[in-house]
Design a protein around this ligand. Structure first.
Ligand code: PEP
Ligand code: MG
Length: 312
């Protein structure tokens, strides 16, 4: 019966009390964006640009990059599209990014840190995103940097974006940001929490290791509390805080995230209907009440069980 309900769900997402919830798609190229635009997705919450270049031996020109990014803008005219600058390194090496051999690539030169060893790389990518936005009539292009760990990085990235009329944000995936979110949020216009890496770095557990699945679980109360701290800062400062990690695709966890004050959820396109159906069964008041209890759980299993009991 639930399956039939999920198949029939047409969006847009709203809670049982009518509160709208923005559900967005994670995409990696124009084809994925076009598929998402035929779904209930209201836009793109995470465009993983590094996935366009996993086999590129040389850096594509600004024009070529602009053409690629433009395909994603073009799939969602007038809608929100959040472009992430290259998150190359660790599990996603990009040949032209000149990665050095590292003992611990997940803790190495990846994401925004690539700018240290590849001068001009981020500037050229931002030029290309700005050009793609202009070519597609996008007035408010949201751009975010991955793996930001210091306020100075957020400040410098935001300045580069504003020079090009792009709306700057950062991903929250290093615990340093979630611990002191206000200082970072002063510099940028929005946050997007990457729960995959935030969990990996909070629990000190490799997200690629199936042996560590009990640790790399976003229901871990320590992770939920960092999300709570981050979302609360967003509410206080009136800036949007989305989630774009796998956690957003878990229907019960989606309710908890909304209860914590998260303003949008971005996920694999095919995960959207199940999340939409679950959200339609709960009110904001319920989500808030249950989220407060769930974050106080002593372990991930208790957190999940409590949420299922109170919301399922
Ligand atoms: C994340 O870390 O949760 C995230 C969304 O980014 P990626 O999975 O691409 O590292
Ligand atoms: Mg990440």
């Amino acid at each position: 019966e639930l399956r039939a309900e999920i198949r029939a769900w047409s969006g847009p997402a709203a809670l049982a009390d009518g509160t709208p919830v923005q559900l967005l798609a994670n995409v990696q190229d124009g084809a994925a964006a076009r598929k998402a635009s035929g779904s209930q997705a209201e836009g793109v919450g995470l465009f993983r640009t590094e996935l366009c270049f996993l086999t590129a031996q040389t850096e594509p020109s600004v024009n070529e990059q602009a053409r690629i990014y433009g395909e994603v803008f073009g799939a969602f005219p007038g809608k929100k599209v959040v472009v992430r600058t290259l998150d190359a390194g660790s599990d996603k090496p990009v040949p032209f990014a000149n990665h050095e051999d590292e003992e611990n690539p997940a803790l190495g030169v990846r994401g925004i840190r690539l700018g240290w060893t590849n001068k001009g790389l981020i500037d050229r990518q931002l030029d290309a995103i700005a050009q793609a936005a202009e070519d597609n009539g996008v007035k408010d292009a949201w751009v975010m940097a991955p793996m930001v760990a210091t306020v100075d990085e957020a400040f410098e990235f935001a300045a580069k974006c504003r020079e090009r009329d792009l709306t700057p944000g950062i991903m929250v995936e290093v615990p340093a940001v979630a611990i002191m979110p206000h200082a970072f949020l002063k510099e940028v216009d929005f946050f997007s929490i990457g729960t995959n890496d935030l969990t990996q770095y909070t629990m000190a557990a490799d997200r690629m290791s199936s042996n560590l699945a009990t640790l790399t679980d976003p229901w871990q109360p320590a992770v939920l509390r960092l999300i709570q701290n981050t979302a609360a800062a967003g509410q206080e400062m009136g800036k949007p805080v989305g989630v774009c990690g796998e956690a957003a695709a878990d229907p019960l966890l989606a309710c908890i995230l909304i209860g914590l004050g998260i303003t949008s959820l971005s996920m694999a396109t095919n995960a959207i209907p199940a999340v939409g159906v679950q959200l339609s069964k709960v009110t904001l008041e319920q989500c808030t009440e249950v989220a407060d209890k769930v974050v106080a759980s002593r372990n991930a299993r208790d957190a999940k069980e409590l949420a299922a009991e109170l919301l399922g």
